[in-house]
Structure formats: structure tokens, C-alpha cells
Design a binder for this molecule. Sequence first.
Ligand code: SF4
Ligand code: SF4
Length: 426
Amino acid sequence: MISQVVFLILFGTAVYFFVKNIGKIRRNILLGKDQDLTDNKAARWRNMALMALGQKRMFDRPVSAFFHILIYVGFILINLEVLEIFIDGAAGTHRFFEVYLGDFYFFLIGFFEVLALGVFIAAVAFLVRRYITKVPRLRHPDLEGFPLKDATLILVIELVLMGAVLIMNITDVELQSQAWLPVSMWFAPFVETMDASALHSMERFAWWSHLVGILLFLNYLPFSKHFHIITAFPNTWYASLNPKGKFENMASVQQEVTLMMDPSAQPPDGYEPPTSFGVKDVFDLSWKNLLDAYSCTECGRCTSDCPANTTGKLLSPRRVVMQVRDRLEEVGRNIDKHGNDFKDDKDLHSYISAEELWACTTCNACVQACPVQINPMEIIYDMRQYLVMEKSEAPTELNGMFTNLENNGAPWQFSAMDRGNWAKES
Ligand code: SF4
Ligand code: SF4
């Protein structure tokens, strides 16, 4: 009875804080501007099935895809066993489904054990890639500090959770079921000399460790890059279906120009002149850009494919996305403390420098590389628009072109009157 009460308190507290933190993230995402991305639903479901469920882009790099799929499939299917742990915790039963499923139960548990071993091996492989072979994109300066610790902690938690599953089975088999399990059987000799009380304590310790580990992990997710296991699904559903490289027309600019060029033009009903152009802070990004920021896995595929980064420029598209999330989190904390009308002296440009923004070639390689269809380039050029249109801060190379556009209606230094000269006979 006491253990049921402890379980219910732990479970209720964990769910309460998880829901509360998810609510804050939802609020932060909705600080972004409206964008309707609900057209062509069939294509969107198909895209999500391919990109999030099927992890299509991951397979551009087969080694990491293989280990990632081991963790992904293992984690999803082992949750069926977690369901039993929760039922046992609430009802005070032990292996609730065994009575109902008979021999099939142990077939399932054996299958979960193999998956747990797969997850264990994959987590070790990922640690090796980070700390021993030091894959450059996983030890990039972008990840200094919390991001590297975060990635490591996630892998360690996965090792602990999978270890706890295996210890539960090893001790339980020895204690009572004597079932043949494909992974536990190899470890049985290590515990066969232990008496029943020691085995029982070990089994309970592993059971509680697994349970508490899952609840802690659940509550760590909203603060971690691992949150992508949730957001990857909506992020791919709402991803742009447009061909890459298609620039959206800036409706606000077009409207202003139309009104300026045609004195007889009437503004549409309810028209409000824009207060600013481009992106100064997270509020000027769309809600989808902000969902992107919460979906970043920090894998660095975008940065390792970015021609600006690989030729030594300051720009890293991964860092751009990470900085959007950091700034958004900061804004969220300010709202929690001071309310919606808080003022601080920072904006997104305090996090991402003009040098980074102007290093972008707008090649779309980062968009193509991203396994969860994040678009760092959109953030970059919207921030550039702010620099040009609001601050008149453009690199000198561009200023000549802007003058030509203004004077000649074309980027070249020729009068519009001379455009047809090329066709004249010499
Ligand atoms: S679009 Fe810009 S940020 Fe993205 S890969 Fe190309 S140069 Fe890098
Ligand atoms: S933006 Fe995409 S490719 Fe770049 S680090 Fe994040 S998840 Fe990886």
C-alpha cells in the first residue's frame, strides 16, 4: 500500500510539472507571428510519416542512422513494458500482463530485452563517437557547455534505464519465473549464488530506478534538445511544402510599395501599416520558426554541409537555431517573472551577429540536410531584412547595388534608357 501511495505521488508530481512546462513551451511558440500551414493535409501526413516516423533524411548518413534507429525503435516499443510498470505501480501488482498473456508474455519480454540491449549498444556507440572518435560536428564549438553535457546526460540516462530493465529481468527470472530470456540468460550465472532476499532487493531497486528514471527523464525533456522526440512530429507535419529556394513575397513590403507608387490605390479594409520590417526579435519570427527552434536535435548536419561554415566563416546554421531557442527561453522566463509587457535591452541580434548573417550564401544546403526539416536560412534572411530595411546596415558591396536599384530599376550601373542598346547594330 505504501509503495502504491509513493508511486501515485511521484507519478502525479511528474505529470503535473511536465504538463506545466509543456504549457510554457506552447506559450513561447505562440509568441511568433501567425502562419497558415494547414493546406494539402494528405501531403503533410505523408511527409510526417516519411521524415519523422520513417526518419528518411537520417539515412543520408547510414552509420548514425543505424544507431539512431536502434534507440528510436527500442525506446518506442519498450514503452509497452513501461505501461506495465505504471499499472503495477498503481495497482500494487507484479508483472500485471503475465497472467493474461501466458507464454506470449515472456516472448514479448524477451523481445523487449533484445531491444534494450540494442538501445544500450547504440548509446555506447554514440558516446564513443562523441568522446573517442570525436566526430567533428559532435565536438564543434557550437556545443561547448550545456549542449555537450545535455547530449551526454541523455545517453547516460538511456544506459541507466536499459540497464535497469535488464537487471529487473535477470533477478526476476532467478527468483520466480525461470523463463528463458535471450539476454538475461547470459547474466544469470552472476546472480545465481545470491539468496532470495538479496535478489528481491535488487529487483525492487531496479524497478524503482527505472520508474523514477523515466519520470525524471520526462521532466528533463522540455529543457533538453531531446525534446525533439516530441516536436519532430508536428515540425515535419507543418514543414513547408514549397520547393526549396522559393522565397515568399513580403506582403507588407508589396502593399507599402503599391500604395506609394499608385496614389489612387486604396489600402484594403482594416489595413495597418507595418511597424517594422524583417526580424528584430523572436516575436517577429513565425510560430513555425519557433517550433523549429524547439525541434533542433543539435546534430550539426546543417553546419557540416554549410559552405560558409566549411570555408571558415563565422556562420553555423545550427548555432542560429540554438540561439533562437536560447533567446526564446529567455523571453519566456522574463514573461514568467515580469508579465507580458516586460522590457529588456536585448533582441535576437544580441545573439546572432551581422557577420554571421551576411556569411550566408542562401544555398539551402542546411535546409536540405536537416532530418527534422528545420529552415535556418529563413531566419537568417528575415534577420538580414531587418538590418537593411530598419537599420540601413548592409555590407558595402551591397550598397552600390541598392543605389542602382533605386536609380536605374536594375542592379547594374546603366540607365533604364540604355537597356535596349545591346540590340542596336554597332
Ligand atoms: S543557406 Fe546559408 S546557412 Fe544554410 S547552408 Fe547555405 S550558406 Fe549555410
Ligand atoms: S537545424 Fe536540423 S540539421 Fe541543424 S542541428 Fe538542428 S536538427 Fe540538426
